[in-house]
Design a protein around this ligand. Structure first.
Ligand SMILES: [Zn+2]
Length: 92
């Protein structure tokens, strides 16, 4: 007699989908989209310095919070600024 014990516990944990790693993050808003008067200028190192790190590298989108379109503009502006020696290519 195949007496299957149908008491197999349902170990599925319904609390599993709670992962503290993925807590609610504040959605970043693109600085160039939110501020209409913000004009990206490659001759303005003070403005562009917000988009590069201390090594002179261009920050990724997750750090700048810029949208795809404006991140492209930032990248072009920083590269132009480097070319005319307004920003450094590298530091140290
Ligand atoms: Zn934008």
């Amino acid at each position: 007699m195949a007496d299957k014990k149908g008491n197999r516990k349902n170990n599925r944990n319904n609390d599993e989908d709670y992962n503290p790693k993925f807590r609610k993050m504040r959605k970043k808003v693109c600085v160039l989209c939110s501020d209409k008067n913000f004009v990206l200028d490659y001759k303005n190192p003070e403005q562009l310095r917000k988009f590069i790190n201390d090594k002179g590298k261009i920050l990724p989108r997750r750090a700048t919070g810029a949208c795809a379109k404006h991140q492209r503009d930032i990248t072009i502006a920083v590269k132009r600024a480097r070319h005319i020696a307004v920003l450094p290519y590298t530091q140290n």
